[in-house]
Design a protein around this ligand. Structure first.
Ligand code: AMO
Length: 423
């Protein structure tokens, strides 16, 4: 039976063990050859007689040998008297030396050779943080009565704005790749009350920035029977806390490999009104939105004033938010929408939504949007949708800030952008 490298330290000394993994490193010394095996759980050392023929680095192998205590070996146990069998052709020499403790390669090299470079324990740790966060996201929402949904990615109309949609030929009809599951998650509040989706979304971002991808993973949440957007912010707080808990529970080892500081989520997130946010960021009072420099300034403010990696900005101008956002009933110039900034970067957008049919019709008209492309969405609001709201977290942005990556592509398995369609 196969043992994992991580279980070798607990193997009975003298017992026969079988490891399967990759040749992480060969070191041929005068009297012995050391072979380090890597599998999904970690590394193990195998000691072979000098001159043993070992396949090259990155070849998958099976090692059958004897578990032997050796204080110098990682974990105190190594494999001796071993036979090594290659499980594929000898692997080509990787473009980067994966056995080195840190991966020393330029971003284009990392991305061009992603299928290999992701094997490096530190690189892989970044996605392990993403996977653990997803487990925490799902389990937190599952426990709160949410239903996971899956919605179409071919859509008839733009959900966010017409500017950055990918047009596709859908059996001869024009269609788009979904920029978000926005319209569907709202309609499904009418069925399940509380829904979430984890899925790809598509944005034809025309600019080459360190925070935008053409395809990313959106963690979408929508819940009904809310009082206002503050109920949505409370749900967001618990969801992000759940993602952090997921990291502690399932990716402690990845955190250690990367040496990162996992944020603490305050019991209540600090909240600023958009007006105050502009002032703190030193922006003119008539600015319609926050730019990356403003966001960084607000991140520093949150750390200074609240010791918090997070800050919510609420009340963005209604005119600069998506048409489905609910205006503040007292001051309709401001909306019941918000963003969550994490370490000075926009991580989440959310809002209370309009939920009355007549409000949708009026808003579309006011904004000069045609009714027809939105008809099937808007007409759902004639059939009883409760007050509701929700938010979306960008998974890659979350991980990028967790590991403080300079570029979102460093934490994306196979990034898609203006220039990149392979690998
Ligand atoms: P928005 O368009 O602000 O809101 O997107 C939500 C979050 O998704 C992330 N994000 C991106 N990540 C990588 N590359 C991109 N090009 C990109 N664009 C956005 C950000 C952002 O905060 N329907 C609304 C959400 C809602 O109200 O529920 C929406 O999609 O982290």
């Amino acid at each position: 039976m196969r043992s994992l490298c991580s279980s070798l330290p607990t193997a009975e000394p003298g017992s026969v063990v079988t490891l399967e993994g990759w040749v992480h490193r060969r070191r041929e010394l005068a009297r012995v050859t050391f072979l380090v095996v890597r599998d999904r759980s970690g590394l193990a050392q195998v000691v072979l007689p000098a001159g043993t023929d070992v396949p090259p680095e990155e070849t998958p192998i099976r090692v059958v040998g004897t578990a032997t205590a050796n204080a110098q070996a990682p974990g105190g146990v190594e494999v001796t008297e071993a036979t090594v069998t290659a499980l594929s052709e000898p692997a080509d020499t990787p473009v980067v030396e994966l056995w080195r403790p840190t991966l020393d390669a330029s971003l284009p090299t990392l991305l061009d050779h992603a299928a290999t470079t992701w094997r490096h324990p530190q690189q892989r740790a970044k996605w392990e943080l993403a996977a653990a966060s997803l487990r925490g996201f799902r389990s937190t929402l599952d426990d709160q009565g949410f239903t996971e949904i899956a919605t179409p990615k071919f859509v008839e109309s733009a959900t966010e704005s017409g500017a950055n949609v990918f047009a596709v030929d859908y059996f001869g009809r024009p269609a788009y790749l979904a920029q978000s599951p926005q319209f569907y998650k709202q309609q499904l509040v009418g069925v399940f009350e509380r829904v979430y989706e984890v899925g790809p979304v598509f944005r034809a971002e025309p600019h080459d920035t360190v925070r935008h991808l053409a395809e990313y993973v959106s963690l979408d949440v929508e819940l009904g029977f809310i009082r206002d957007h503050r109920d949505v912010i409370a749900c967001l707080r618990d969801t992000v806390a759940g993602m952090v808990a997921g990291i502690h529970e399932h990716a402690g080892d990845a955190v250690e490999r990367l040496g990162i500081t996992v944020p603490e989520v305050p019991a209540e997130l600090p909240v600023l009104h958009f007006r105050e946010a502009l002032e703190i960021a030193g922006a003119p009072a008539d600015e319609p939105d926050l730019n990356p420099g403003h966001e960084r300034a607000l991140g520093e403010w949150a750390m200074r004033e609240h010791g918090s990696d997070f800050v919510v900005v609420e009340g963005y101008p209604t005119a600069s938010r998506a048409f489905y956002s609910h205006p503040d009933p007292d001051e309709p110039h401001w909306s019941r929408s918000f963003d969550l900034l994490f370490r000075g970067l926009e991580l989440v957008s959310g809002a209370q939504r309009l939920h009355r049919y007549a409000d949708y019709v009026a808003t579309l008209e006011q904004r000069g949007y045609p009714y027809e492309p939105y008809a099937s969405y808007v007409e759902a609001f004639r059939r009883g949708i409760p007050p509701h709201g929700g938010f979306a977290i960008g998974l890659e942005r979350w991980v990028a800030r967790l590991v403080e990556a300079a570029n979102i592509r460093e934490v994306t398995l196979f990034p898609r952008d203006l220039h990149r369609l392979t690998p």
